[in-house]
Write a protein that binds this ligand. Sequence first.
Ligand code: C5P
Length: 400
Amino acid sequence: MSVLKGKHILLGVTGGIAAYKAAFLVRLFVKEGADVKVIMTKDAEEFVTPLTLSTLSKNPVVSSFTDKEKNWNNHVELAEWADLFVIAPATANTLAKMVQGKSDNLLVTTYLSAKCPVYVAPAMDLDMYQHSTTERNLRHLSESKHLIIEPESGELASGLTGKGRMAEPENIVQYIKNQLSSQLPLWGKTVLITAGPTYEAIDPVRFIGNHSSGKMGFALAQIALDFGAQVHLITGPTALDMSHEHLTMQRVVSAEQMYQGALEVYSKADIVIAAAAVSDYRPKHQFNQKIKKTEDHLTLELVKNPDILKTLGEQKKQQFLVGFALETNNEVENAKQKLLKKNLDMIVLNSLQDKGAGFKKDTNRISIITKTDFSRFDTKSKDKVAFDIFQSIFEHINAR
Ligand code: C5P
């Protein structure tokens, strides 16, 4: 999910040739899932039509204090609506008005009312950009917490070549996404998650496995990505799929493969959540050919799989380590024992006795247990459960 999804973006377009690029910018914002409203200055309307921008943004475009029917365009409401105010292109004239606090058009008046972060993408000719007044104005805006998206170098409309052309729309969007992401709680953090079942081969067609769907682990991975983390998801066989620029997904089959995968990534991880339902045992011998049903009795000898989570607990350094426990009896006591035995920071208990919890379901009912706390949650969708788990992790990490 994009950090811009659902964000209210107010785009201010001022009167420079780069205003034509505002159309591409609106499209990119909309593609990211943002809700876009556009304010233009009168001069900007000479370069790009309000109809183009209203069609692309699917919202009316405003440029004066009143519309044709003399209804007031409420600048305070617009400013309050906005989560981000992006002024692109920002001419030297508009920059100067912003610094001076002028309010002689709807755009700068709305700017004065805005309390949200303001991004400014200047666009002007080389000499105007280098002028000491423009330099001073940009420095002033930057020092007062405005985010300046620097212009790029290249051919300018005047025929000169140099710095002054508005950053390309893709770069403006990327700048804003990076800046928003850098404020997310898991930005710069690595989260390792194990998910799904493991399959332990008996012969080329049969295996020992379990009913885990991987839904809980995938929901946790999604929330970690939404919070800005770099996520390494190691999953056993599942029909689920997901992709994200910050996600590395490693598909494995057996517990041994999951164990190897987890150990490789572990030293880099800040938070580790073992949501996989790992087979405790595997057949001692794997048959090369399909076993024939010639005998009345067949005995399979099983050997123990490595306990991935326990090994991670033994090697724990900076990691915040979270395990899952699926219990059928004496649940809380058993989960607490596991927390200690595996050296965990937190254990998430789900009980098969609870309706709405367990394998293949879209919902789960959990309790979160740490050495000091016990909290029981209502039955919720696995997405919401994943959110609750991360909230608890943040609380405990902050209290460390
Ligand atoms: O001991 P038990 O299997 O009940 O512990 C469950 C927790 O341990 C889960 O978090 C599960 O992912 C993890 N586990 C593991 N490796 C195993 C068995 C369980 O990582 N071999």
